[in-house]
Write a protein that binds this ligand. Sequence first.
Ligand SMILES: [Zn+2]
Length: 166
Amino acid sequence: MGPDAAQRVGKIYGSNHGQFAPVTSSLDSPIWVHSSAVHGQGVFATRHIAAGETVIEYVGEVARHPHDAANPDHTFYFHLDDGRVIDALAHGNASKWINHSCRPNCVPDEVQGRIFIQTRRPVFKGEELTFDYGLFSDEPMSEALKARYACRCGAKKCRGTMLASR
Ligand SMILES: [Zn+2]
């Protein structure tokens, strides 16, 4: 396991359990990062957040080619409508720690090539923020692929994978 491998498993298997990190210097930031019961690290509400509030922008390096041979499975890529991706491994913020859920309380909103994570219902203080990754893969759908991106979100209608249904 080199440094790349450690980064690659960041969102999938988690790391830094129990570490706390402030999200921004803003006192009003509604979120913070700490270890999650869902998996690895997660992002949690530090106060009540109303429905429709933008909690954070999903930032990173915008690239044409989503495939990184050293990190084929990492889930920090966010696909934009124009085919480019935001790679949060590079210059990402706390948004990359938001876990997937099949029944999420947030939804990503694309505005002119930028992604904003918004709440889709009111979120209680202390609640973990999630959105549906709807992961995209070039590989044909298979049980092995689904298993590689297995979901354990615990939702009643969990589809068992973080891949988009298609
Ligand atoms: Zn699920």
